[in-house]
Design a protein around this ligand. Structure first.
Ligand code: C2E
Ligand code: CA
Ligand code: CA
Ligand code: CA
Length: 277
């Protein structure tokens, strides 16, 4: 048993070291990727169930890695947050997303709302508000066409400051959504304090539809949001039966592979944007 213990210890140590090396390597690569402009955005439409029209679009980041190919955010956002690189990466994302929206508006496409994910570490950046104002100004985007998707954990960790900051965004006319709703810590207490426009139901509940338990959860979230004056988006809708149920439950907007996968900008414009009359 002693032997086994020692082996196990050795095993864990080498694993840990390998892990730490991998993290350092990835951190370095992330820095270089920013310098070399290896990040790109894809765009996923949101469908308004009330009128069948495009309700808006969410920008999602991808890393075009020279060796590994297209890398998803699940592989690097957490590390970018821990190392603080998210601030620079987030600025880049916000700038490119708004540049793209500005270009679409300039090309005469009917205006629509563009949602950008903002992580907790970004919200703690003192310059975020000013930075967003500058970007909107730079690309001549009315603030009502920008939506920020924030997650529950930030809100719970920074109750006081977050209320003030979110109120400032709101005063500018920016649309605010709470992302991954239902997966964080307690979700009720702050709903009444925060100036939120939209609540996004997390995919983990939608994927269980039309199962009775998840249906009870989505129905409750929809009623809750509506009673608080918010609209509801269901994310991760993959099957027709899920969309139909959500529609019956009064959900306002759906997003997911059933409507479309996230697409490169040109493909998104071709498939979903219409010229304004
Ligand atoms: P999220 O904000 O909840 O975004 C939804 C994720 O679900 C996206 O994954 C999207 O591609 C995926 N998805 C959409 N529809 C479906 C569906 O029908 N089925 C399934 N299985 N998946 C679907 P993605 O792009 O890999 O992003 C993962 C997470 O990474 C995002 O979750 C978000 O938290 C974060 N993220 C993505 N882009 C950014 C960004 O630009 N900035 C920041 N801070 N975080 C980002
Ligand atoms: Ca999101
Ligand atoms: Ca999210
Ligand atoms: Ca989610």
């Amino acid at each position: 048993a002693k032997n086994l213990g020692r082996n196990r210890y050795a095993f864990y140590t080498s694993e840990l070291t390998a892990d730490a090396h991998q993290r350092m390597a990835l951190e370095n690569e992330l820095r270089h990727a920013l310098e070399r402009d290896e990040f790109t955005l894809v765009y996923q439409p949101k469908l308004n169930l009330k009128n069948g029209q495009l309700d808006g679009v969410e920008a999602l980041v991808r890393w075009e890695h020279p060796q590994r190919g297209l890398v998803g955010p699940e592989q690097f956002i957490a590390l970018a947050e821990e190392t603080g690189l998210i601030v620079e990466l987030g600025r880049y994302i916000l700038d490119s997303a708004c540049a793209q929206l500005g270009a679409w508006l300039h090309q005469g496409f009917a205006p629509m709302r563009l949602a950008v994910n903002i992580s907790g570490a970004q919200l703690r950046d003192k310059h975020l508000l000013k930075n967003i104002e500058q970007v909107l100004e730079r690309y001549q985007i009315p603030p009502c066409y920008l939506e920020l998707e924030i997650t529950e954990d930030f809100v719970m960790d920074h109750q006081r400051e977050s209320v003030t900051l979110l109120q400032q965004f709101r005063q500018l006319g920016i649309h605010l959504s709470i992302d991954d709703f239902g997966t964080g810590y307690s979700s009720m207490a702050y709903l009444k304090e925060l100036p939120l426009d939209t609540l996004k139901i997390d995919r983990s509940f939608v994927s269980g539809l039309p199962g009775a338990q998840d249906a009870a959860i989505t129905q409750s979230i929809i009623v809750l949001a509506h009673n608080l004056g918010m609209s509801v988006v269901a994310e991760g809708v993959e099957r027709q039966e899920q969309k139909i149920l959500l529609e019956q439950q009064g959900c306002d907007v759906v997003q997911g592979y059933l409507i479309s996968r996230p697409l490169p900008a040109s493909q998104f414009a071709k498939s979903f944007l219409r010229h304004s009359a």
